[in-house]
Design a protein around this ligand. Structure first.
Ligand code: HEM
Length: 497
């Protein structure tokens, strides 16, 4: 018996060491590639980082008939997840195994969804079966113990939290969204004019503009590009995203024993999270001190709407109480979710238009003839089909969150006829759905005209319906649409059908 125990012990130690080495070495290859990429690729990295951080969950087996690559003993399909550009590798696996397949990592099973129809079935039609998020030790560290909207699991508390944020956004977007965006857009225009035709990297200008929209909405503050405070805030948020995905940190989710050992990257992550929390806390405290001196007309900030929502009985069966921590984490969600996404999309748009000057001229002509020199209103979108087609095509070709955010089955269910047990992790491969050759002709080419039928934008055209619900994932709500996007982003025609 003793001999048996020591053989098992030695075997376990050897396997653990091997897995540790693999985990450190393999995802590191992917990190190298993303480091040098433009801003626009940062969200791709976030997708793969999120994926790395979830592959240790839920040791469940699925229906044996669900296809997937051969799984090695203990390692499962971890090697598949070590590829440099994970979204395109998962897409190439879909060409071999079909639009729904499973991957095993260690004792974790994940299901990857690769077509618009299948993603819609899971995240829109059956949204309530797949509304969960995977739990993880390090995810809890970055999300205030799972109290963020983006990483929090589906629960009464999460629903009350999201409702609070939704109502606050609704109030602020009615009052001021248009003016806040207009001010930043005009400022950005001036910044671009000031380059005077010189070659320039615009990604930082896009980040500043997108960030200023969010910080003005959140706590009524905007920053210059050179502001040390802005650099500190973004440096810290970007560092958290990048450290969180590092293999040294993901390994802590897989092997709890490693949490007892010294781990410098993890100590840095803890420090950056503490720094982030300090910055946000200072802003919220400053805001609380100033707020009483503002009239309700001047007070456009989401923070005030969030704070006003606290202390009121939430409309839940379990008497959920929301606290300052929820306001704090909602602010983190808006800053992380609302900055790099928009900035990356702007960078890609410029990159595509540089290579297709004739499309650029068409957009310009359309703006000149429809707007006649005035600034556009949101309601003008129906008269700007070429612009809307460009927006949709860039979001299709370069989805800023190519693997969305992983979901978790909160009960037994099925997708495309396959049984999916409770707790299965679901990966919506939006990149794959957007490049599905069965749906999109010449899927890797930039062709905004695919969204224009009969010379105008057809919001109910097959192209639009196919793209619908994919760009922003499925979200987790009654109608399967992420509510923040419905207010802030999902106003793109891609979602209007
Ligand atoms: C081009 C712009 C954007 C794209 C393509 C995008 C895409 C996405 C995707 C794919 C998800 C995952 C949805 C799912 O769980 O299935 C998501 C979630 C989220 N996004 Fe965005 N996003 C964008 C802009 C924004 C902005 C501007 C904000 C905030 C101001 C934001 C805040 C959030 C939040 C809070 C979540 C989590 C929602 C939840 O868990 O239900 N996003 N986004």
């Amino acid at each position: 018996m003793t001999a048996y125990v020591s053989v098992v012990f030695v075997g376990a130690v050897v396997m653990l060491t091997l897995l540790w080495i693999l985990l450190i070495y393999l995802p590191g290859k992917g990190d190298k590639v993303t480091q040098g990429e433009p801003n626009g690729c940062q969200s791709a990295a976030v997708g793969s980082r999120l994926l790395h951080s979830v592959y240790q969950f839920f040791p469940r087996s699925l229906s044996p008939s669900l296809p997937g690559p051969l799984s090695l003993p203990l390692l499962g399909n971890m090697l598949e997840l070590a590829h440099d550009h994970l979204p395109s590798h998962l897409t190439s696996l879909a060409r071999r195994y079909g639009n729904i397949y499973r991957l095993k990592c260690g004792n974790t099973t994940m299901v990857v969804l690769n077509s618009g129809d299948i993603i819609r079935e899971a995240l829109v039609k059956k949204w309530s079966d797949f509304a969960g998020r995977p739990h993880s030790y390090t995810g809890d560290v970055v999300s205030g113990g799972g109290r963020s909207i983006s990483l929090g699991d589906y629960s009464e508390e999460w629903r009350a939290h999201r409702r609070l944020a939704h109502n606050a956004l609704q109030r602020c977007s009615q009052k001021s969204l248009h003016w806040v965006i207009q001010k930043q857009a005009l400022h950005l225009r001036q910044v671009l004019l000031d380059y005077n035709g010189r070659a320039a990297d615009l990604s930082e200008d896009f980040t500043v503009a997108a960030s200023n929209i969010i910080t003005t909405l959140a706590f009524g503050k905007e920053y210059e590009k050179s502001s040390a405070e802005l650099q500190r805030l973004h440096g810290c948020l970007n560092e958290i995203v990048s450290l969180w995905g590092s293999p040294w940190i993901s390994a802590l989710d897989c092997f709890p024993l490693l949490r007892k050992l010294p781990n410098p990257p993890f100590s840095r992550l803890l420090k950056e999270v503490a720094r982030r929390d300090d910055i946000i806390r200072t802003h919220l405290d400053e805001y609380k001190m100033q707020a009483p001196s503002k009239t309700s007309e001047e007070d456009i900030a989401i923070t005030s709407a969030l704070l006003n929502g606290l202390g009121k009985p939430q409309d839940t069966t379990q008497g959920v109480v929301l606290t300052d921590t929820h306001v704090h984490m909602a602010t983190v969600d808006l800053l992380i979710g609302g900055t790099e996404t928009t900035a990356a999309w702007l960078s890609w748009t410029v990159a595509f238009l540089l290579h297709r000057p004739e499309v650029q001229y068409r957009v310009y002509d359309e703006l000149c003839s429809v707007l006649d020199g005035r600034y556009p209103q949101y309601s003008d979108r129906h008269r700007l089909p070429v612009l809307c087609a460009v927006i949709s095509e860039v979001l299709r070709l370069r989805p800023v969150a190519p693997l969305a955010v992983p979901h978790r089955a909160i009960r037994d269910s099925s997708i495309a006829g396959y049984f999916i047990p409770k707790n299965t992790v679901i990966i919506p491969n939006l990149f794959g759905a957007h490049h599905d050759p069965a749906v999109w002709t010449d899927p890797y080419s930039f062709k905004p005209e695919r969204f224009l039928e009969g010379g105008g934008l057809n919001a109910c055209s097959p192209a639009f319906r196919r793209g619908r619900s994919a760009v922003f994932g499925g979200g987790r709500g009654q109608n399967g649409i992420v509510s923040v996007h419905r207010l802030l982003v999902a106003r793109f025609p891609v979602r209007t059908c």
